[in-house]
Structures are given as C-alpha cells and as structure tokens.
Design a binder for this molecule. Structure first.
Ligand code: GDP
Length: 255
C-alpha cells in the first residue's frame, strides 16, 4: 500500500491552510482516504483539525520564554526543532495508513523552503512518493511583474526541494473570470506574458521582467497554472486530476 505525501507551499497568506481544508474535504467527499498534517508550529488557529499537528511537538511560547527569543527567532528555532522530530512524525503518518496526506507547511514559506531543515524534512518525512503544490495568490498575480516574481519564487522552491511540483492559482473566486484566464494564459504561453510585460510595464521594470521571464524560459521550465478556489471548490477536479497524474500515474489514491 502507498501513502502519497503532498506538501502545500506558498507565500504567507496565499491560501495554504484553506486549500488543505477544502481539498481535504473534497477528497473525503470523493471517497478518498485522506489525512492532514500541520507542519506550522507558529499558527494560532486553523480552519481544519489536523490529524497530526507539529504544535504537539514544538511550542513557540515555551521557546520564547526559555531562550528569551522574539517571535521570529522562536519560529526559526522551531522550524529546526521540527526536523529533529521527523522520525516520530513519520511514524505517526505511517500509523494513519491513509492513502494521501496533505501537509500544510509554515505560514512563512522561507521557514520551510529556505532553511537547511526544509529539504531534510521533505526527504525524511517517510519514504513514500511525494509532490509539492505551489500556490500563486490570484489577487497578487494580476500584475505581470508580481506574476514574474512568483515565477522566480516557485523556481527557487523547485531548486531547493526538487520534488515534482504543481502550480495553483489560488483564491481564483476573488478575480473576474477574464482576469483568471489572462494569468493562466501567461503561464501557458510565453508570448502572452511577453506582451503583458511590454504593454503594462515601463522602464527598468520592463527590462528586468523581460530578462527574468527569458531566464525562466531558457531553463526549459514550464509552470502551467491551475485556477482553484478553496471557497467555491472551483477547479478542484482539474487540480486533483493533475495531482493523480503526478503521484499515481493517473490512478485514484484509494480504490
Ligand atoms: P496561508 O497563510 O497560506 O495558510 O493562508 P490562509 O489559508 O490562512 O488564507 C489567507 C486568507 O485568504 C484567509 O483570510 C483565507 O480565508 C483567505 N482565502 C484562502 N483561500 C481562499 C479562497 O480560495 N477564496 C477566498 N475568497 N479567500 C481565501
């Protein structure tokens, strides 16, 4: 039996926790055996009850008090302490015997993606097949310059973690359909993004974004965006089909 592990990653507020909740519920309704893991020791409240919660292992308030740290220092220390607990967390995951595990990562993406502990956790969290879902916040991505910045961030995450990666345009209910289609078009066709950069940006910003876009395309990377809403469940079917393809060669997780 396989357990597929899916890390949900994105900048602070991009919708990781809401997507974990909504996609988890959607999978349950589709009769898939799913469980959720909260990997963020610093989160106050979550929109779902995780089956495994890293806050049971690492307590931010205790770290602040014991080591006289501010909230940021405690979060950094906590991210590294989570790595120390990875064997226990892996055992908990194995005991769940679920077919797919959604792992909601740290609110601040850099704590997961840009510290030494991140790739270690991604590697060591069981020996099961893994994928990463990277969220582009739809409202942030309406501007081609913000979109290109996110393209770079998602490439940096790929460079750090080297897991099969899917790209989601999150919160797509917050934009009119034509705006969503425009951003999806940028992700699918270099010409569409090039035209937006030429027409919507000026001066140094235009030059910079043009060069950044070319650098990504010269790497041969192609990150087609799948629009999804955790509020309306729009796009969940396509998201799930893409994830099944990446993880299970197109099969369902649970038969
Ligand atoms: P995280 O920091 O990446 O985990 O982001 P959250 O899941 O906490 O979401 C940040 C904010 O965006 C919250 O106020 C959510 O309710 C809101 N949000 C997340 N996903 C959606 C969505 O699909 N649609 C709408 N309208 N709001 C969303």
């Amino acid at each position: 039996m396989r357990t597929y592990i899916v890390f949900i990653v994105g900048t602070a507020g991009s919708g990781k926790s809401r997507l974990t909740e909504a996609f988890g519920n959607w999978l349950k309704m589709s009769k898939q055996d799913v469980a959720t893991v909260n990997l963020d020791p610093g989160v106050d409240s979550l929109p779902y009850s995780p089956d495994i919660d890293v806050r049971d292992y690492v307590n931010i308030s205790e770290l602040m008090e014991k080591y006289q740290l501010g909230p940021n220092g405690a979060l950094i220390m906590a991210a590294d302490l989570v790595a120390d607990q990875i064997e226990k967390i892996s055992r908990e995951i194995e005991e769940l015997k679920s077919d797919i595990i959604l792992v909601d990562t740290s609110g601040q993406m850099e704590l997961f993606a840009f510290r030494a502990s991140g790739p270690y956790i991604a590697n060591e969290l069981t020996n099961e097949p893994k994928a990463l879902v990277y969220l582009y916040d739809a409202v942030f991505s309406v501007n081609p310059s913000n979109y290109v910045s996110n393209l770079f961030l998602s490439t940096a995450v790929l460079n750090r973690l080297m897991l099969p990666q899917l790209h989601i345009l999150s919160k797509c209910d917050l934009l009119p359909r034509e705006e969503v289609d425009r951003i999806v078009d940028w992700s699918a066709k270099q010409d569409a993004l090039a035209e937006a950069i030429e027409t919507k940006l000026e001066g140094t910003k235009r030059l910079l974004n043009r060069s950044m876009m070319r650098a990504i395309y010269n790497l041969g990377l192609n990150f087609p965006l799948l629009p999804v809403s955790a509020k309306t469940n729009d796009g969940m079917v396509n998201f799930n089909t893409a994830l099944e393809r990446v993880l299970a060669a197109g099969d369902k997780y649970t038969f």
